[in-house]
Ligand binder design. Structure first.
Ligand code: HEC
Length: 201
């Protein structure tokens, strides 16, 4: 090797020397942005490293929301959602009613009665005229706000209002509502309190 070099071209090959020079700016920029975007990615995809969480969820709480629920918990969640969509506008999402709009459902004797027959007639047919609710006098009207709900859904709503906000009455099943609806017949008139009180509780 060295022989050839010297005989042929007389190249002077300088020895490599160790010098110090600063790393190129682009390497620093690329490294820092990899760290930065990698951090962002982990933040939004790692689920805080909770072993239960896989993509596309990014936290254990979010995962919980999408877990299919079964039985009573499912009915309560459904009842709550429907209540808030259909009844809550007037009766309030806290069930406390709204002045000039609708009476309270919390601690209402109509809601917490031991039987739910009269209660079920209210959303199925509507109610109007004078009505005492938890000691307050009302004289308005409510349309058949629950008539369009399927039996199971109305049952879930009634179960929800009978067991929320401190109310502690029994649950209502879809079969109960089916039976009550069948006895009522089609498109009944709104009830007055006198007519409701004739019905079995
Ligand atoms: C548009 C407003 C409105 C909506 C929506 C509404 N209600 Fe009512 N509700 C009223 C009013 C007003 C009264 C009182 C009627 C009266 O004075 O005769 C009432 C009375 C009641 C009562 C008897 C009194 C009491 O507070 O316990 C019950 C039970 C009831 N509603 C349940 C429901 C349910 C269940 C839904 C949803 C399916 C619903 N309401 C949706 C306005 C509404």
């Amino acid at each position: 090797m060295s022989d050839e070099n010297s005989s042929c071209c007389n190249l002077t090959v300088s020895e490599p020397t160790a010098t110090r020079s600063s790393a190129p700016m682009w390497i620093i920029v690329v490294t820092l942005s990899l760290l930065f975007f990698g951090g962002l990615y982990l933040d939004s995809h790692s689920g805080w490293f909770d072993a239960k969480v896989y993509a596309p969820y990014n936290s254990a709480e979010k995962l919980e929301v999408f877990q299919p629920k079964s039985g009573a918990a499912a009915a309560m969640a459904r009842g709550r959602g429907l209540y808030e969509g259909v009844c809550g506008i007037c009766h309030g999402s806290d069930g406390a009613g709204k002045a000039g709009q609708a009476p309270t459902l919390a601690a209402s004797e109509w809601v917490t009665a031991s039987g739910f027959n009269r209660l079920a007639h209210i959303p199925l047919a509507g109610v109007n005229g004078p009505m005492k609710v938890a000691g307050k006098d009302w004289n308005m009207a409510m349309a058949a706000m629950g008539a369009a709900l399927p039996d199971d859904d109305l049952a879930a709503v009634l179960t929800y209002i009978r067991t929320s906000w401190g109310n502690n009455a029994s649950a209502v099943s879809g079969d109960d509502i089916r039976k009550i609806r069948a006895e009522m017949g089609r498109s009944p008139q709104a009830y007055t309190v006198e007519q409701l009180k004739v019905l079995p509780e």
